[in-house]
Design a protein around this ligand. Structure first.
Ligand SMILES: [Mn+2]
Length: 280
């Protein structure tokens, strides 16, 4: 199972972050992907599963954005169907929520144990198939156009690309956050919300890339450039529809810094016709 996915030097690349069980947002993304032609790749940077399923419309908190209900089981099927329909062009990277199904720390955003909750919904056979699938997810995707995609901020100390391939996924079920953060590679790779200029520079140099593209954190306005080598963006979770963005890149281009990504050209609205809700 390669943990590093390398994309080709031509074609198009669509990138999205954190769907967390939002099937409608995946379907919208898929329509953009289908319109991008036969040379397009789609990379989803992790946290495919785990969304809100008991929050009612009357008690919907503003910080969760446009209301939706967790459809993780149907989303898993829809992504697998897309992978079968577009072989080797639809890619899922590992996120901390996905990792909780294959040995990572328990996540408890919407339930005390979200992995146990989803696995109960899936039933034993589908759970086994889901775990086998998640175990194949790469940690990082790189493209010759100068970008590296990962779940969280590029803070991992990566000694070598070979070392990346031998990172053990299992055995962290009982880790608290402080301890898991100290786990080499995985701790930062799946949970870091920020990376200093120095640290991200080392991480990206090890990966042979100039700019990190990632989510994990919620950027309410769609995207943020905190360091010139980091573009953090939100496609789905925690946003209102009008602010959700995905990336659309030419794989034969060359990106030097995060400022090379232009709104409307490389950073696109998931729902171009959505308008901001009126506020009080
Ligand atoms: Mn995450």
């Amino acid at each position: 199972m390669p943990r590093l996915l390398t994309l080709p030097a031509q074609g198009r690349l669509l990138v999205c972050t954190d769907l967390q069980g939002n099937l409608n947002d995946f379907n919208a993304l898929l329509r953009h992907f289908e319109g991008a032609g036969a040379n397009a790749h789609l990379v989803m940077t992790g946290d495919l599963v785990h969304g809100p399923d008991e929050v009612t419309a009357e008690h919907w908190p503003d910080h969760l954005g446009t209301p939706y209900r967790d459809e993780s089981p149907a989303l898993i099927e829809a992504v697998q169907k897309a992978q079968a329909r577009f072989p080797h062009r639809v890619h899922c990277l590992l996120g901390n929520h996905d990792h909780s199904h294959v040995g990572g720390p328990i996540t408890s955003k919407f339930h005390p144990n979200e992995a146990a909750m989803l696995e109960a919904r899936l039933g034993p056979d589908a759970t086994d198939r889901f775990r086998d699938w998640v175990r194949t997810f790469p940690l990082v995707a790189v493209a010759p156009c100068g970008v590296a995609m990962m779940h969280a901020a590029p803070a991992a100390e990566i000694e070598s690309l070979e070392a990346l391939e031998t990172v053990p996924l299992e055995g962290y079920e009982n880790y608290g956050m402080d301890d898991f953060f100290k786990v080499p590679v995985l701790g930062a790779m799946l949970w870091a919300r920020m990376a200093s200029a120095e640290r991200s520079q080392r991480c990206l140099a090890a990966l042979g890339a100039n700019v990190a593209l990632f989510g994990h954190d919620v950027v309410r306005d769609g995207y943020a450039i905190d360091e010139r080598n980091q573009l953090c963006f939100s496609t789905s979770f925690g946003l209102y529809d009008h602010a959700k963005v995905y990336l659309d890149l030419d794989l034969s281009a060359h990106f030097q810094t995060a400022h090379d990504f232009k709104a409307g050209v490389h950073i696109k609205h998931l729902y171009p016709d959505a308008v901001a809700p009126l506020t009080m």
